[in-house]
Design a protein around this ligand. Structure first.
Ligand SMILES: Cc1cc2nc3c(=O)[nH]c(=O)nc-3n(C[C@H](O)[C@H](O)[C@H](O)COP(=O)(O)OP(=O)(O)OC[C@H]3O[C@@H](n4cnc5c(N)ncnc54)[C@H](O)[C@@H]3O)c2cc1C
Length: 109
């Protein structure tokens, strides 16, 4: 059978892949000029830093089947959560801990 799939995000990509494996003919349409939907990432031309164009994307799963499936089709980069905030021109660590308090009040507690 012929299938037209609208959207090249995770949903469309998985459907297209699974239907193609069954021998169906698939055409995927997307109004954007790239695949991956809202999970799309690209390198910033100036800094070469990978940016998440539509929002942060951390892949969460504790399902071995899902993890094994997605790893067949893409490479995942390790992620470390380091949150900072600014107040009156100074940079502080978040979540607030003793170090943040020492920084904020210029103390050595
Ligand atoms: C700001 C933000 C942060 C997020 N952070 C995370 C995160 O950290 N971790 C996480 O797991 N998830 C996160 N998500 C959710 C994740 O983006 C979605 O779960 C995932 O993208 C859904 O995939 P999808 O294929 O269903 O839809 P989408 O990724 O939205 O893809 C749909 C595609 O269909 C196309 N499309 C829609 N309508 C048409 C049309 N009529 N014609 C042609 N093309 C069309 C769109 O252009 C798009 O490319 C975040 C989402 C947002 C918005």
């Amino acid at each position: 059978m012929n299938f037209a799939i609208v959207g090249a995000g995770f949903t469309g990509a998985v459907l297209a892949q699974e239907l193609a494996k069954l021998g169906h003919i698939i055409t995927v349409y997307d109004s954007r000029n790239h695949v991956a939907g809202n999970c799309y990432s690209e390198r910033d031309k100036e800094t070469n830093i990978m940016i998440h164009k539509y929002g942060p994307h951390i892949f969460h799963t504790d399902n071995e089947k899902v993890w094994s499936y997605v790893n067949k089709y893409g490479e995942f980069l390790p992620y470390t959560n380091r949150v900072k905030t600014t107040s009156q021109g100074q940079v502080y660590s978040l979540p607030i801990n003793l170090h943040t308090i020492n920084q904020f009040f210029s103390k050595n507690i």
